[in-house]
Design a protein around this ligand. Structure first.
Ligand code: SF4
Length: 246
């Protein structure tokens, strides 16, 4: 997901992982089972995106993604990671005593165990959000989870992967996000918004690609066109730049 800009090669757990007991890691490749997952990192920070922006949140970043968006800032999550049982993930999350959990990636739904993890997190009483790229089926996601569903624009290079059937499973507690590369992307997103009346389904986020589309320009276009969308600027990049685990 376009959620964090991080440096490569950092450990699975951050920050403060050095002060914590080692997380029980399973053998590599074990995450193909429904009760284990490959995890790139688990960390505690402020939510940088969505209508939950600014809320202290534990992030569980799962490894792997079938897409290759041109602006992706989490390429380090494509490979590697550590196999962890769902029980071990729950134990690690609980150490932070959070209210909010965000399951992200990569593409979290690329691992079948993600659905089980989401359900177990909800069962544990957390307020759970899921960041998904929109190419994979969301119909089986626990209805207690708030889905942040991307619609990929032409500028991403992955617009052909949008799974439009997913819109049938989006509710008021979910959010739809467009990450925009340029004005052509903006015009495309504006058209999709109008044709599918997305703002009548749930909050819609327009987010500029960091360092590529000026937020000021996007703000002017939204105001000019009176669009019923929320401008989203990645808070964590304003606060911490590209620091990993923040
Ligand atoms: S869908 Fe995959 S490739 Fe695209 S921004 Fe998200 S993690 Fe990166």
């Amino acid at each position: 997901m376009k959620s964090r800009s991080l440096r490569a090669g950092a450990p699975v757990l951050s920050p403060g992982a050095a002060q914590k007991p080692a997380v029980p890691a399973l053998r590599r490749g074990a995450a193909t089972r429904a009760d284990t997952l490959r995890v790139t990192e688990i960390f505690f920070s402020l939510q940088g995106e969505s209508t939950r922006v600014g809320l202290p949140t534990v992030f569980v970043r799962l490894t792997g993604c079938p897409l290759r968006c041109g602006y992706c800032d989490t390429e380090y999550a494509f490979y590697g990671g550590e196999g962890m049982s769902i029980a071990a993930i729950l134990d690690e999350v609980a150490r932070y005593s959070p209210r909010y959990i965000c399951v992200t990636g990569g593409e979290p739904l690329a691992q079948k165990g993600c659905l089980v993890l989401l359900r177990r997190l909800c069962d544990a009483g957390y307020s759970v959000s899921l960041e998904t790229g929109g190419a994979l089926d969301v119909s089986q996601v626990d209805p207690r989870v708030s889905k942040i569903l991307d619609i990929k624009t032409p500028g991403s290079g992955e617009a052909g992967r949008n799974r439009w059937e997913n819109l049938a499973y989006v509710t008021r507690s979910d959010e739809i996000k467009f990450v925009l590369c340029d004005e052509a992307d903006y015009r495309w997103a504006k058209q999709v918004l109008a044709e599918r009346r997305l703002h009548e389904i749930c909050p819609v986020l327009f987010s500029p690609v960091h360092g590529r589309l000026a937020p000021e320009a996007l703000a002017e276009w939204i105001l000019r066109d009176r669009l019923p969308v929320r401008l989203q600027i990645q808070l964590h990049k304003i606060l911490w730049g590209n620091a990993r685990g923040r």
